[in-house]
Design a protein around this ligand. Structure first.
Ligand code: UGA
Length: 445
């Protein structure tokens, strides 16, 4: 016999909010979702899922009876004690996180409410303490507060929710923290129950560390290019050390997305605001910016000038299995190519709609082969499985040049070469196309 689960409210129906809502509904809670975007709520009420996230549509559909969508916060306040806050906290011009959406939620909660806010949005360390002060100023002393940072990855968010590496609950040891802990109990994940400031810092420090790992391996890749080592082999050798670990050692054209760039900036800014200069993070950001431009140098090396050259971009999203284009390396790459006078054709399995809103000067193709037709060079920008498994012989036949840049080190150089292409990765030796087939267009190699 199933035990009734605590109903919850979820404020904000973006990636984090929707996955949290669907995940807790799957665990048996009634979930009252609220968003100020009426159009989005209407779509959700009609059974549409406004974002692309594998498995989310199915999870929402399976739990449709327990999921309620509204633009009115009162519905959530009426049914739930715990209000999970999953609103956007984008960076401001100063690099601080913009907490206006969080404050709007606090302002909308009536005085004397005995509910608790459970913070899922990524916020600077100290936000919980300052919100508790605001509660006091607004006569909302009965309102509880829990920091419960989210660690899901786009593209595998549903799985990450249901199988977390850890659950972090930061609170004052009161009913709200106990209730949040109980909600996560069925997932059987290691629990870090701690104070609010530490929970907030776990989130920022985790993202900053992962970003640092990526910038580190990207710098190693750049040194590999100078020294003849292969970064893929180097990462394999390093990753087998348990203390280092194999994950997030994939060199490439830089990290993007809505989280790493923003959170690294926010932590650097947070440290700066309190008088500490976080030098390491300054370098992490700079290395990443340069890394996004690395492909341009490689194209120049092989093709000479890029004016009038036709370049195919394979993949645009900031990583596979998502349509998210925020801070995608493809944005910098396409803008640079455009500025250099290249003609750009691009294909992405799902991100085209989002990309159209952000980039200009790109012709979108309906298939990878259409994108590479007549191209002087092709660049693998996002390692979608469909792109990694392309038939490189067909690609070579469709292109007019022979250069394939693997921006994610996701391809087997020999396979690409066997297809008749010149393979150039990041931090690995370039592999010439077979001599009989080599005919690079546009200049010296
Ligand atoms: C990241 C974290 O991994 C999550 O734990 C966290 O919850 C989330 O941010 C967040 O704060 O909301 P996400 O942005 O979805 O998740 O994407 P990741 O899979 O971490 O990839 C981020 C970027 O790093 C991508 O552009 C990816 O291509 C790049 N990356 C990742 C590398 O260049 N090399 C690697 O080895 C791994």
């Amino acid at each position: 016999m199933s035990v009734a689960r605590e109903p919850i409210g979820v404020i904000g129906t973006g990636y984090v909010g929707l996955v949290t809502a669907a995940g807790f509904a799957e665990l048996g809670s009634d979930v009252w979702c609220v968003d100020i975007d009426a159009d989005k709520i209407a779509r959700l009420q009609a059974g549409e899922v406004p974002i692309y996230e594998p498995g989310l549509k199915e999870l929402l559909a399976r739990n449709v009876e327990r999921l309620h969508f509204s633009t009115d916060l009162a519905t959530a306040l009426e049914h739930a004690r715990l209000l999970f806050v999953a609103v956007g906290t984008p960076p401001t011009y100063s690099g601080d996180a913009d907490l206006s959406a969080v404050h709007a939620v606090v302002d909308a909660i009536p005085a004397a409410s005995d509910r608790a806010l459970v913070m899922k949005s990524t916020v600077p360390c100290g936000t919980g303490a300052s919100l508790l002060r605001v509660f006091g100023e607004q006569g909302k002393d009965a309102l509880g507060y829990v920091s419960c940072p989210e660690f899901l990855k786009e593209g595998s968010a549903v799985n990450d929710f249901l199988h977390p590496d850890r659950v972090v609950v930061g609170d004052h040891g009161d009913w709200a923290g106990d209730a949040v802990t109980a909600l996560y109990a069925p997932l059987d994940a290691p629990l870090v129950r701690t104070d609010i400031a530490s929970a907030e810092m776990v989130k920022l420090a985790s993202n900053a560390f992962l970003a640092t790992k990526i910038s580190f391996i990207n710098e190693i890749a750049n040194v590999c290019e100078e020294t003849g080592a292969d970064v893929v082999e180097v990462a394999r050798g390093m990753g087998l050390d348990d203390r280092i670990g194999a994950k997030f050692l994939q060199a490439g054209i830089g990290f993007g997305g809505s989280c790493f760039p923003k959170d690294v900036d926010a932590l650097k800014q947070l440290a700066g605001n309190s008088g500490y200069h976080f030098q390491l993070l300054t370098a992490v950001i700079e290395v990443n910016e340069l890394q996004k431009r690395r492909v341009i140098g490689k194209l120049h090396k092989h093709l000479g000038g890029l004016a009038g050259k036709r370049i195919a971009l394979l993949g645009l999203a900031f990583k596979p299995n998502t349509d998210d284009m925020r801070e995608a390396s493809s944005l910098v790459l396409s803008a640079r190519l455009h500025a250099d006078g290249a003609t750009i054709t691009a294909y992405d399995p799902v991100a085209e709609e989002q990309a159209r809103k952000l980039v200009t000067g790109i012709t979108f193709a309906g298939s990878p082969l259409e994108a590479v037709r007549g191209a002087d060079a092709a660049v693998l920008v996002t390692e979608w499985r469909e792109l990694v498994e392309l038939d490189w012989k067909l690609v070579a036949e469709a292109m007019s040049g022979r250069l394939l840049i693997d921006g994610r080190n996701a391809l087997d150089p020999e396979t690409v070469r066997a297809g008749g292409l010149l393979y150039e990765g990041i931090g690995r030796k370039a592999l010439e196309a077979r001599p009989s087939e080599a005919s690079l267009s546009g200049g010296p190699t």
